[in-house]
Write a protein that binds this ligand. Structure first.
Ligand SMILES: Cc1ncc(COP(=O)(O)O)c(C=O)c1O
Length: 408
């Protein structure tokens, strides 16, 4: 059962205040709040087991290494993968950089990398760089007027020069769930590798990598209730074996000599050079247990219910324009007539409400929605109808004068 009161009791930060008002946190697409079991896990490790993994020949190190490897199993189970297909990184950005630079050696002059105008900088910039270095070309999926991938000409869009398709699974601006199964099926018929940026999907939807048959999936722990500093790169074993390691160092090599010869370990270890964020990674397992305990389908249902409720309330406000009325998730972007998004966000902050304002790191989004700056409210499992009501009331009475008054 989805017990909202119990869920909220697990997030101590919800009892704190911002600007003297009870905190209403609607910036979940940026990062999520942390439940008690995650907080306690970090505290437990730092107070009783803060030693290194895979290096020490003593009991504490054996214990923490085992716990670390248990997280790999837990992550694998969460997305229906094998443990040796799970690489720990520092976050979605690092995972996506690993894939782009790790596949660079397979990209040839004239190859096409296919992506979308709705993608995040972390998925576009590494590929822009690879394309530049290899004289490859970036192409973009055609979009419908509302900004969804247009499936009508899919076969022409995924043509025979396309080498890699890399796209966001759920847009962090529009909240649309991209039709990845159709894309992946067609891509695989043409031997094209498909990379998914799952930063906004893994934390909100039930994901089965075998079912969608994706080749790589990248995401961050902090967007699913774990601490910052840990991310995941899932790769099919066959693809991980083709991926070059771009981070070399201790823990990833099997042997090296003074002539510069070295051999790397097998994956996933060969991608995990250096000391990782041990406590954050172990706490990721606690976060997965928390979310799984609630149920991913229930979480998605709750977020979309809040989104529907919010839209039903603000849709008729003449001074508010929503850009993604048909959003599939808990992400809503909008603007208030005559008020710059950042000023509106600062006003909402004065009422205890945290939302994001700006381009949301998806700087090509203006090609889709026609503006560069928007407000974004993004809901998660601990948000309530009452909180949405508070936001709606503030939006009802917001004026430019009130925003300006903040600065006087
Ligand atoms: C769609 C998407 N991709 C990638 C990222 C980058 O995630 P991180 O900053 O955790 O590496 C984000 C973060 O906002 C995102 O929303």
């Amino acid at each position: 059962m989805f017990d909202l009161d119990r869920i909220r009791e697990n997030f101590p930060i919800l009892k704190t205040k911002m600007s003297g008002q009870p905190l209403i946190y609607f910036d979940n697409a940026a990062t999520t709040l942390k439940p008690l079991n995650v907080i306690r896990e970090v505290e437990r490790i730092l107070s009783t087991q803060s030693v290194n993994i895979h290096r020490g020949d003593y009991q504490l190190s054996y214990d923490i290494s085992n716990q670390y490897e248990e997280v790999r199993k837990s992550v694998a189970k969460f997305i229906n993968a094998q443990s040796d297909e799970i690489v720990f990184t520092s976050g979605a950005t690092e995972s996506l950089n690993y894939v782009a630079y790790g596949l660079e050696h397979l990209i040839e002059e004239g190859d096409v990398i296919l992506t979308t105008h709705t993608d995040h900088a972390s998925n576009l910039l590494p590929w822009f760089e690879v394309a530049k270095r290899k004289n490859a070309t970036i192409e973009y999926f055609e979009l419908t007027p509302e900004g969804r991938i247009d499936l009508t000409n899919l076969n022409q869009q995924i043509h025979n020069k396309v080498k890699v398709i890399t796209l966001v699974h759920v847009s962090n601006v529009l909240g649309y769930v991209n039709p990845v199964e159709e894309i992946i099926e067609l891509a695989h018929q043409k031997d094209i590798c498909v990379v998914l940026d799952g930063a906004q999907s893994v934390a909100h939807l039930s994901i089965d990598v075998k079912k969608i048959d994706v080749d790589f999936l990248a995401w961050s722990g902090h967007k699913m209730c774990s601490p910052t500093g840990v991310g995941v790169l899932y790769g099919k074993k066959t693809w991980l074996d083709k991926l070059r390691s771009i981070k070399l160092g201790g823990g990833a090599n099997a042997v090296f000599d003074e002539n510069g010869n070295y051999e790397l370990k097998s994956s996933p270890s060969r991608f995990e050079a250096g000391t990782p964020a041990i406590e954050s990674t172990i706490a990721l397992k606690a976060a997965i247990e928390f979310l799984s305990g609630v149920g991913m389908d229930q979480i998605h249902a709750h977020e979309t219910m809040l989104k529907d409720y919010f839209l039903s309330k603000i849709q008729h406000f003449n001074h508010i324009k929503v850009y993604n009325l048909s959003t599939d998730t808990g992400i809503v972007i909008f603007n208030i007539d005559g008020i710059f998004a950042q000023d509106a966000a600062a006003y909402l902050s004065s009422k205890g409400i945290a939302v994001r304002a700006g381009n949301h790191c998806a700087k090509l989004i203006h090609h889709v929605i026609g503006v560069t700056e928007t407000l974004r409210a993004s809901f998660y499992l601990y948000n309530t109808i009452r909180e949405v009501d508070v936001l709606v009331e503030v939006l009802k009475e917001i004026t430019l004068e009130k925003c300006v008054d903040l600065y006087i």
